[in-house]
Ligand binder design. Structure first.
Ligand code: GLU
Length: 269
């Protein structure tokens, strides 16, 4: 582990190809879609595009949005209910991104993938070629898991790992996980007041793995364990990954200006 590493933290303003993962809790609250937050994120995306950065958004939120529309009771949903909610919510989710990005002259695309798509070579190459074409055309792909066809066994389980898989597939240089915590801690900061946040991690050691707790319940499915798995996938593929608190308006601007976060960076060579 290296908090005092000689390695520099990446600068998001220098990213060539950037993947940003947006969790359900950031996008959806009791009132529904958080439009003000999403519009502010669109400004961040537009700014990145102006700098010449290609952007891919991996967004959760379809189930959270759909269950509200369908009036499904709070609490755990049966798999078929989640899949139905995702089908209803995904169309609204995609439309919301289109609505906030179009005023900036940005074209969006909906890309739905499953774990099988990355395991089957032909489908993997096809989806990579499609993403490459979209990026080449200046489009911002909005990616989510294809929840209506994924079953419990084949689900990525959470979009943190999906985002890392996408980042590696398209050869992104930076992946940002917008989360409800501002980084990776030595212990769960909600339980342990002595927990400290890492600024930079350049090797995911067994000690670091032991520090990741279990998923915190609530709307989001991914806990620190899945974020660490995502980090492993990303850095193994040569992509730096940051975890940061995303609820602030313009989180990517905040990151550029030094907001708290943890960067996981690929080994020097
Ligand atoms: N794909 C799910 C959704 O959009 C969320 C999965 C996750 O948050 O990890 O609702």
């Amino acid at each position: 582990m290296a908090t005092l590493s000689a390695l520099q933290a990446p600068d998001i303003r220098a990213a060539k190809r950037l993947v940003v993962k947006i969790g359900s809790a950031l996008l959806v609250d009791r009132e529904g879609l958080r439009r003000q937050w999403l519009s502010a994120l669109a400004l961040d995306v537009a700014e990145a595009r102006t700098r010449g950065t290609q952007v891919i958004l991996v967004s959760s939120g379809s189930i959270a949005l759909g269950r509200r529309v369908l009036g499904l009771a709070s609490g755990a949903l049966a798999l078929e209910q989640s899949q139905a909610a995702a089908a209803v919510g995904q169309i609204r989710l995609a439309r919301a991104y289109e609505e906030v990005l179009a005023p900036h002259g940005i074209t969006t695309a909906q890309v739905l993938v499953t774990l099988e798509d990355t395991e089957d070579r032909r489908r993997y190459l096809n989806s990579r070629a499609t993403m490459e074409t979209l990026l080449g055309l200046g489009v911002v792909p909005i990616v989510n898991e294809n929840d209506t066809v994924a079953t419990d066994e084949i689900r990525f389980g959470d979009n943190d790992r999906l985002a890392a898989q996408i980042a590696v597939t398209v050869g992104a240089d930076q992946l940002i996980l917008l989360s409800d915590v501002d980084g990776f801690y030595t212990a769960n900061p909600k339980e342990d007041p002595t927990a400290t946040r890492f600024d930079l991690v350049d090797t995911i050691t067994p000690e670091i793995e032991a520090m990741a707790g279990d998923p915190i319940s609530g709307m989001s499915k991914g806990g620190m364990k899945t974020k660490l798995l995502a980090a492993k996938t990303a850095v193994a593929g040569g992509c730096a990954m940051a975890i940061m608190e995303g609820s602030t308006l313009r989180p990517l601007k905040a990151l550029a200006e030094g907001a708290p976060r943890t960067w996981f960076v690929p080994a020097a060579d």
